[in-house]
Design a protein around this ligand. Sequence first.
Ligand code: UVW
Length: 365
Amino acid sequence: MHLLRRTQPARQRYGNVRDELGGDLKTRLTDTPSRENHLYYKETNMEAKNVPHVRELLENSPKNWGKWGPDDEVGSLNYLTAAEILKGIATVKQGKSFTLQVRMGDPGGDPVWPGRQSAKRMSVMDRGHYNCGKGPKFPGSYEYADDVMFMYLQGSTQYDALGHVWYDDQIWNGYDADTTIGGLAKASVCAIGERGVVGRGVLIDIARYRNKEVLEAGETFTHLDLLAAAKAQGVSIEKRDILIVRTGWIGSFYRRERAEFYANFKEPGLTYSPELVQWFQDMEIPNLVTDTIANEVTTDPVSGVDLPLHNALMRNLGVTLTEIAQLDPLADDCAADGQWTFLYTAAPLKVVGGTGAPVNPIVLK
Ligand code: UVW
């Protein structure tokens, strides 16, 4: 009953948005997973177990707060020094390049976390305006097209800002969570955009290691599985590598029915353990990139806590998270030529105060 009462106004809001926007957006908006589904998922999940507060789970978890000074906003990206950039450049031998972003504003829908909506691109000026005499005229008589986009900043391949998640009133580096109100005054994605991310990337293909096209919903793996897969691939994960993990999940979005993809939404991914967090800390991993929407298994199967690694890695260690990457073509190429390391370069858009921002990482081999 409680759920039904909350979902009705949400439906009405979507209806109003559709009426204001009009046109074919009406159908596109209904294609996306709804807030109602999200609430249903959350509420049934919370009831299922006596879930501890993430504070209890991470009580003895390591923190890098203060390690790079009281004003730091990019965390573990500080590990990427000139030496790491040169190490990345040294892997470039074949003249191959790959882009890792999924298409944005695809009419068929974009993969997004339930409750968010796919990006919507709208033309606000095009040849049609000129055809009916409404296009602006300029000396020289050129014509032009313009468009706008409405999107969740976490609604495409993106970097999460370090201030994107928190608990106990503090975000990365100990900044007060109140600094997130109305836009991130601290640890926003703009700081990551200003810095850029360049270093040696290593791709670990867990799906291929397990002889699967795609991992199952909710299927988990640990840092020990990453090490075993790396060994099978004949590569080693080195200190300060940008760690890129393929599950096949995002690629499967484009092959599956949307309803099937979002049903009982549980992504596969890394699972929390104190040992895994310590491994990230010891390895000084600056950036975790995955082909899933949230970089870790949706719900930790042991504690029942949702997305604990977001807090253990991002909030506490300052590890930047890159989500919704398209890794299939890169993985196929690495499997074919046996080169699983490369120069990874990326810079999210410099959105002032943003909790995240789209990015199209480029990989060079
Ligand atoms: C959530 O905020 C739920 O996840 P993400 O980091 O994928 O945006």
